[in-house]
Design a protein around this ligand. Structure first.
Ligand code: ATP
Ligand code: MG
Length: 309
């Protein structure tokens, strides 16, 4: 990467933000998509670890997700995108070691949603969380699990594994597991079922606690505003329709999550208006059908691409 080596000088570290994201995994596409939606153009070579931001002073480092908090903590990167489960596990390990947290959670990113849960074999006699007492639980999140057991007042043995937790009961290494679940498909395939939720998780943006140079801090503020904008437009739709004036109260009631709509008189039809509104929730067919029943016609629903409050 001769070009990167040249660009990545000490001077660049003063001027350019560096964000660590997962190299390959469940968060990769969403993280790159978020950065693109924030306006970043970058070139990504096949085995490239550092992508140079071409139109913003923001470079992307592609790493294993477990390493991201450390990279931010050690100030190798200014920012990181990682699951809140990885962040929480790290924070609890730091609490236990009485070291000061080396990163700060800036915001939730509304993707990579999953939950860390206790799962039991299909034939396990589950009768509430009390059933965990005295059992062995396999997990890759020993600190989160220990914290949860402590607050539930349960004593159990934690078996820490580095992966393939779902086969631990079949191998006789543990009776239960504590693992991440999104749809439950992997659990079902391994004859396990979800029994209790330990932690709801999603991707979060973290930053170094080290003060940034002024230009970097200003760019971080801009990027965060853009992330807010991206999140706002995700479900938003722009809806346009025609309606009799008399139907306006009912139509306003039906428009999902919209603030003051724009009402425009229609040339030559004094009793009819055009209504334009940004709906901050998805607009379903049922809503359109109800709007039509209320008197609306010429209904049009458009996606919103960008929004800046
Ligand atoms: P790496 O090689 O980077 O260490 P990994 O195998 O640890 O990857 P992935 O399985 O790609 O990680 O998951 C990354 C993150 O995605 C998880 O830490 C979690 O926050 C989130 N996630 C979302 N859905 C799921 C799911 N169904 N199972 C596991 N993680 C999920
Ligand atoms: Mg990992």
């Amino acid at each position: 990467m001769p070009r990167l080596a040249r660009k990545n000088t000490g001077m660049d570290r003063e001027q350019r933000l560096r964000i660590a994201i997962q190299k390959t995994g469940r968060l990769t596409d969403h993280s790159l998509d978020l950065l693109s939606r924030c306006g970043l153009k970058y070139s990504r070579g096949k085995d490239q670890l550092l992508c140079y931001g071409e139109n913003m002073p923001l470079d992307v480092l592609l790493m294993r997700d477990d390493d991201i908090p450390d990279l931010v903590q050690e100030d190798v990167c200014d920012l990181g995108i990682v699951g809140s489960n990885v962040v929480r596990e790290k924070q609890l390990a730091q609490d236990a070691a009485r070291t000061t947290p080396g990163f700060e959670v800036l915001q939730e990113l509304d993707f990579g949603r999953c939950r860390l849960c206790i799962a039991v074999p299909d034939d396990f006699p589950w009768a509430g969380v009390g059933s965990i007492a005295g059992r062995r639980i396999a997990t890759t999140y020993p600190n989160i699990l220990a914290d949860w057991l402590r607050s539930a007042g349960i004593t159990a043995q934690i078996v820490t594994l580095s992966g393939a937790v779902e086969i631990a009961p079949r191998l006789g290494r543990a009776e239960l597991i504590c693992d991440l679940v999104a749809t439950g498909g992997t659990l079902a395939a391994n004859h396990l079922r979800e029994a209790a939720t330990v932690l709801e998780c999603q991707a979060v943006l973290i930053r170094t606690p080290v003060p940034l140079s002024k230009p970097k801090e200003q760019w971080l503020d801009r990027i965060r505003l853009r992330i807010d904008g991206v999140q706002q437009v995700k479900e938003s739709k722009y809806i346009m329709l025609h309606a009799p004036r008399s139907a306006l109260p009912e139509i306003r009631r039906l428009l999902p999550g919209s603030e003051s709509p724009t009402i425009i008189p229609l040339e030559g039809s004094p009793d009819r208006v055009a209504v334009h509104a940004v709906c901050r929730e998805n607009v379903f067919w049922e809503t359109l059908e109800s709007l039509k029943l209320a008197g609306a016609s010429a209904l049009l629903v458009l996606p919103v691409e960008k929004m800046l409050a």
